[in-house]
Design a protein around this ligand. Sequence first.
Ligand code: CMC
Length: 424
Amino acid sequence: MAESITITDNRNGQSLEIPLENGGVSASDFSKLLPGVWFYDPGLTATAACESAVTFLDGDAGILRYRGYPIEQLAEDSTFLEVAYLLLNGELPTTTEYEVWEQEVTLHTFIHENVRKRFLEGFHYDAHPMGMLVSAVAALSTFYLDAKDIFDPESRDKQIIRLIAKMPTLAAAAHRFSVGMPFVYPDNSLPFTSNFLSMMWKIAEPRFEADPVLARALDVLFILHADHEQNCSTTAMRVVGSSHADPYSCCAAACAALYGPRHGGANEAVIRMLTEIGSLDNVPSFVEAVKQGHGRLQGFGHRVYKSYDPRAKIIKRTADEVFSITGKNPLLDIALKLEEIALKDEYFISRRLYPNVDFYSGLIYQAMGFPLEMFPVLFAIPRTAGWLAHWQELLDQDTKIARPRQLYIGPEPRDYVPIDQRRS
Ligand code: CMC
């Protein structure tokens, strides 16, 4: 065997040689030797739960590639819709393939009127748009009953197109409702990202023309957020997908996972942190407090990246372009100072904590006028493409249902005690 490890069970002296494949070993081989012995790995930090051909990530080297293409090249030369096609199909589209894809997505941007009237407008006036999105995506499964035919290729493709197309419409609708503005229907003469901006910001003008620099910047942010291999929400998508639930229910689960401040909610947390810091003078004491264990530097650190997040580098450039149109976000100087201090500090150096994608994305969204509550929603729009690429891959691989083991730490067996005999 070229590369392998040998494990020996010292209880009975049995040994097993297991091949190393793609840097890992198969747990099923281990299990043959050690039946009933489970690998304790909370947070799955050392467990590969799937084989995937979608995204390559080297956290030490700061490399991110979708289907082999470097993120830097895609951010420079591609569009979000083209990247979504790439993630889902494995190859960049030809001109004809792209035209068909773009047209199909465009034709599916409208949502059923009852999704808006019965679901979105049924929320409380101050509902968080991400909570609305999670629920609305789940509700879509009740409108498309054919979504249950997950092994019918035609049905599967249709749901994928519907989800990618309707996500911006639902996202904008959630925002409009939360600020008491009327719903804006999609303008299908506009490209994907400009159409979303029109649904967000249009007031009384016959046609909303987004600033091309801002529309392109948002498209770049969509590219950067489209996939990130086995992150928390993608894992949620895969786990629910492994039970063969319909793709809307799977996506709702993924959206819910994205909602949390450790994942898609981090860029919102960054803005709140920068606002709390308030001035350049307060930056050193804030960093000191973090080092003493009072909270975390939001937008810093990553489970996989142990060097500069390549997406953060691209975002920094995008920020300059956006600020040239919108004016500089006043929190930018605090962010730059924070980064400068943290990158020189032993605490952050020794733990290999660098700015991640969320450190600067929130500043851009805020400068573009998006309220903080919309930040995770803006993440969900492009990540839908990644979630669906993984969902498709999982179904094609005919994987087992996700069902991890546990190490039981509860009480020993005991007999039921009638209520009048229990100690108070
Ligand atoms: N500020 C201060 N200390 C930190 C931070 C931070 N942002 N992140 C990690 N640490 C410390 C942590 O206290 C621990 O120190 P010690 O070894 O002394 O106990 C050490 O670094 C390792 O931390 P960990 O919690 O074991 O690392 P993890 O891989 O489980 O967590 C993380 C990764 C992203 C949840 C974490 O770095 C974090 O909470 N960052 C802030 C939130 C954030 O920016 N999240 C966005 C992630 S990128 C976008 C996305 O994927 O959604």
